[in-house]
Structures are given as structure tokens and as C-alpha cells.
Design a binder for this molecule. Structure first.
Ligand code: SPD
Length: 305
């Protein structure tokens, strides 16, 4: 039997597979206007933000997730000055964006003020003061409405959204219509990156391959990549779409040179070597992406389990 803990968090991966994590303390549990919110202190991963039952990030391995989400897109842009983040309530995506000294303006649009406030209070190791950086412009609101109503163009757009779940708040932000709008909000050489759901053997077909295919209908250059996130219990996917160079073509020296030129220091997961490893998808995933025909639309949305 498992050890003496009495409270467990169950991370569901597929209908038939889950990861159990023992909970030392429930720091917060409640319902915001949009979703169920928990901040759990777990024995294995430290503090975790859990939305609608799904771990969004943990103190132990959020650096893997956030560095992998942010830096490939920023590094491939020749000189990212303005960045927009959709979601990212923990503040850790903003933290990584603001490491690049080329960035003079970062707008972060998150739907849920209660989640942002809880993260500021309970997850200081995630944001590390990013909310107080004068370059950060935090907006509370719907990212879809923000991009429809503002004509501002950004060098990089980072979608750090909760997963698309049936009945959840973000399904429309994973559709071709939304990606078309975002393309019009990018500057020349602009780059978009999105977290793209599970990329494991058993569930890459849920949304990962379809997000790649949907972005391919809108952008000239699209590349997907993945990294293991142990607090999620599996391999996680990301997709980057570019109006300029292909991130998958950057050499380790290109990556390390750009990080160094921009004063990016203190990374624990990402560098030139790991950039190549991120994009080195296994053969079955490359095949699944090449054979994918589904496009995500408001009429035909896709959801993760
Ligand atoms: N910051 C948003 C990341 C969403 C990741 N969801 C992971 C779910 C793991 N089961």
C-alpha cells in the first residue's frame, strides 16, 4: 500500500490512467467565477496550482514547463521587444519573458482575477516579483476580446492557457479562427507559441496533433515540440508558429548566443542543447502530425480528457 498520507490529488491522464500525489496541506480550495481553484502543498512537487482538477504547474518542475514554453519562441525572433501573454496566471510565463532584456513591453491578459491574486499570494516562487516589473502591463479579461478590440501588434504572443476541456472557459482560444486573429496581431517576423496539451503515446491525438494542423492552415512555419513534465504525469506538447524563421532550424550555438546577448541567465532547463532535444519528436509523433487532418473550429472543437 501507499504511505500514510490521508489526502491525495489524482491527476487524470487518460480514462484508464492516473497519477496520485500525496497532499500535505490544502492552502486554498474554492470556486472562482470561472473555475474550480485549488492551491495544494504536495509532498512530491511542492505547491501546485490546480484548476478544474488539472495541475497547471508545480513548484518542483514549473521551470521545465515555463522555460520550454517561452524561450524557443523568443529566441527565434530576431529582436523581441513587445510580447503578449494570454493566461499565465501564475506569473511564471511573464517571469521568463522578462528575462530577455530586449523586451520593453509585456502585456499579460488573464481571465480570472481570483486566480492571479491567489498565485501572487501563494506562489511567490513562481512569479518571483514579475508582477512588479514596470514592463509588465497586467489586464484582467478575456484574451479573445482583448485581441479583437486592440489593434496592437506584438513580436511574440504566448498562449499559456488552461487545457481545452468540455464546458471550460478557453475552448475558443484553440481554434483556427482565433489563430487567424492572432496572426493579424503579430509584427513581421512575429512568432506565436501555445501550450498544446498532452503529447504522450496514449493521448497525443486528443489535441496536440490537431493544434499543429490547425496552426498549419494559418502560418507558413509551424513546429511542435515536447518535454516531460513529471507533475502532469506525462509528456507535454507545445506548438510554435512563425512568420519568420523556423525555430526547429536554430543550432545550439544560435540559441546559446541569443540567450547570452539578451542577458538571459539562471535557466535550469533550457539551452542550446535542450532546444534541439525539445524539437526531436519521436517517429510516431512526427507520423501522427503528418497524417493529422482535423482542424479545430468553433463548430468542431476538441477537448482533452
Ligand atoms: N499554465 C497552463 C498549463 C496547462 C497545463 N495543463 C496541464 C494539465 C496536466 N494534466
Amino acid at each position: 500500500m501507499l504511505g500514510g498520507a490521508t489526502t491525495w490529488h489524482l491527476e487524470r491522464i487518460t480514462p484508464d490512467l492516473a497519477q496520485w500525489s500525496s497532499v500535505r496541506n490544502v492552502l486554498y480550495a474554492g470556486r472562482s467565477q470561472y473555475q474550480e481553484v485549488e492551491v495544494l502543498e504536495t509532498a512530491s512537487f511542492g505547491r501546485c496550482l490546480v484548476l478544474d482538477g488539472k495541475t497547471q504547474s508545480s513548484e518542483a518542475d514549473e521551470f521545465v514547463y515555463h522555460e520550454s514554453l517561452v524561450h524557443p519562441a523568443l529566441v527565434v525572433h530576431p529582436r523581441p521587444q513587445s510580447v503578449c501573454i494570454a493566461g499565465g496566471g501564475e506569473g511564471a510565463t511573464a517571469r521568463e519573458v522578462l528575462r530577455h532584456d530586449t523586451v520593453s513591453r509585456a502585456v499579460m491578459v488573464d481571465l480570472d482575477r481570483e486566480v492571479v491574486d491567489l498565485c501572487r499570494e501563494f506562489l511567490p516562487d513562481h512569479h518571483q516579483g514579475a508582477f512588479d516589473d514596470p514592463r509588465l502591463d497586467l489586464r484582467i479579461g478575456d484574451a479573445g476580446a482583448f485581441f479583437r478590440e486592440s489593434s496592437e501588434r506584438f513580436d511574440v504572443i504566448v498562449l499559456d492557457l488552461p487545457d481545452p476541456t468540455e464546458g471550460g472557459p478557453v475552448g475558443l482560444l484553440y481554434t483556427g479562427d482565433f489563430y487567424t486573429l492572432l496572426r493579424s496581431r503579430l509584427s513581421s517576423d512575429g512568432v506565436l507559441v501555445t501550450q498544446a496539451g498532452p503529447a504522450s503515446l496514449l493521448n497525443h491525438h486528443e489535441v496536440f496533433t490537431a493544434i499543429h494542423n490547425t496552426l498549419s492552415q494559418v502560418f507558413p512555419v509551424v513546429a511542435s515540440y515536447s518535454v516531460p513534465i513529471q507533475s502532469f504525469g506525462e509528456q507535454w506538447g507545445f506548438t510554435v508558429a512563425s512568420l519568420g524563421p523556423d525555430p526547429a532550424a536554430l543550432s545550439p550555438d544560435d540559441v546559446d548566443g541569443r540567450l547570452s546577448e539578451r542577458g538571459v541567465e539562471g535557466l535550469r532547463a533550457y539551452d542550446g542543447v535542450s532546444h534541439g532535444a525539445l524539437f526531436a519528436l519521436p517517429r510516431y509523433l512526427r507520423k501522427a502530425i503528418a497524417e493529422e487532418t482535423r482542424t479545430i473550429t468553433p463548430e468542431n472543437p476538441l477537448f482533452i480528457f
